[in-house]
Design a protein around this ligand. Sequence first.
Ligand code: C2E
Ligand code: CA
Ligand code: CA
Length: 543
Amino acid sequence: MSIINVLKKNYRIIALVVVTALVPLVYLLVYATGGIKYVFSHTMYIPILLAGMFFGAPFGLLVGLAGGILLGPLMPFETTVISPEPQEFINWFYRMIIFMSMGGISGYVSNKLRRDAQRINELMSHNQETMIPNTNYLGAGILKLSLGKQSLITVLINNHNSITDVLGTEVFHKLIFGIYQDLMDYVGTEGFVVQSGRNKLWVVKKHEDLNIEAGQIWSLLNRPRDIDNIPMYVDYAVGLNSSHNVNNCAKLENFRGSDTSARLAQNQNVPYIIFDESLTQKRKEYELLATFSRALEMNQTFLVYQPKIDLKTGFPVGLEALIRWEHAERGILYPDTFIPIVEQTKLIHPMTDWVLRRALKKIWEFSGMGMTFPISINISARNLYDTDFFDRAMKIIDESQLPKNLIEMEITESVLMIDPEVSKNSLQKFVANGIRIAIDDFGKGYSSLAYLSQFPIDVIKIDKFFMRQIIQNVSSQQIVSATIKLAKQLGYKVVAEGVEEEEVAKLMQEYECDYAQGYLYAKPMNDQDVISWYQKHCRQKTS
Ligand code: C2E
Ligand code: CA
Ligand code: CA
């Protein structure tokens, strides 16, 4: 404990010692400096005012009286070595009355200020509608807790809107107060309850097994409740968490865990959820998602482009557009960190629309610089199975006025297999409009090329997994060479993905693979780098 904390905790004892020591010290000071005739007697105000301020009017009066007597009958007017000259009665009596008044008034005023401050504090730390303590009470609340682990519990009333709509806010306030009282009885002397939102209570209590706790709270909450003789139907969601440090129970952010759990219980329609670390992950995902739509609007997302190389000529024949997110706090995020989350929501639609628009604009720009390439964009399952996707995408494509054969869509085989009939129809509409289709990550799933041949496909991209081990692994060589052969027989162009080494590129040439993509040629680059890469690459090839 720091010195400041010790002083704060024991300030009344310290004040008492100071006051009782100061009174005789002032007496000695006045005596030693020549008696009451001189100015030093005014020092007595200090202990009198302190006594009133710290201990109230009666003690202020008492110290005033003591000071008055010490500097009155017990103190001469002037002390000389030869003879101390006594004071007149009126002189010291009047002074004593003044001293006592000062002690009394300072005590009264500071008492009043203290009472007012306490009242303000009380008002501020209570919800004025329900009279339940609010989050301002947390600091005072933790003084009730014993040291060690605590349980933090969030209780949500899910149907508060329908209760207030049908029965009015008064009834709801009475209801929540009743629940608060039951919870207060439950936590006993070593805990407290606050109202942290319109329909939310936080319970802090000595830690017990959270499963047992959850069961007990759940049965307590579901007691029959009547307000003004109206039986209530209350729908709750509860989240439970624990905190190892008592002091943490005063910090709002420490209730995040139980809040997240309660909200999840609400969404999943279950009575309660006990917090664990995987929920933190879920919360992070949620936060990421919450900022993603803004990121799209504010152009915090950008595209990078990776060239596809013709293995016969060594020249680029197309670019794949890949999304990146420049996150304000976390720096550049790669698609693996956010696409799987975005894909689970409708946000994938505006994202793909944005990618398409951006990529088409780039085709124009690159084309103006003498680089007319098709661009591939990646399409998610949710896009392909969205009934509006075709119309939306075609509108963007038509508006761009680009030749349709410059646009390629990459779709993984597993996405096609979710519902082969629907995906086939969806692809056919694009193909009928001149858009090219590539199967991405081929070989990762289980479908055969023969099966895939029923889909309107132009390109097969062999997954990078095969390239990683192909030099050492004979069976990978057999699979890849057979796949390339068959794909070409079926009329597809073949791209080898993830080519990092010259040896692999040579092998692909040997197998008569059409194109390759990978770090050997270029990493995905921003638009400026694409231009300089292209110029340099073509110079090298032609020289
Ligand atoms: P993908 O479509 O298979 O894209 C190829 C990924 O492999 C890219 O990762 C690329 O940077 C990486 N790559 C390229 N060459 C090499 C190489 O030689 N070695 C290795 N080890 N990796 C290489 P990236 O950009 O992180 O993208 C990951 C995945 O995220 C993509 O896989 C794609 O499925 C998805 N994605 C990216 N952009 C978009 C998008 O705009 N929309 C959708 N729906 N998905 C996207
Ligand atoms: Ca791809
Ligand atoms: Ca791929």
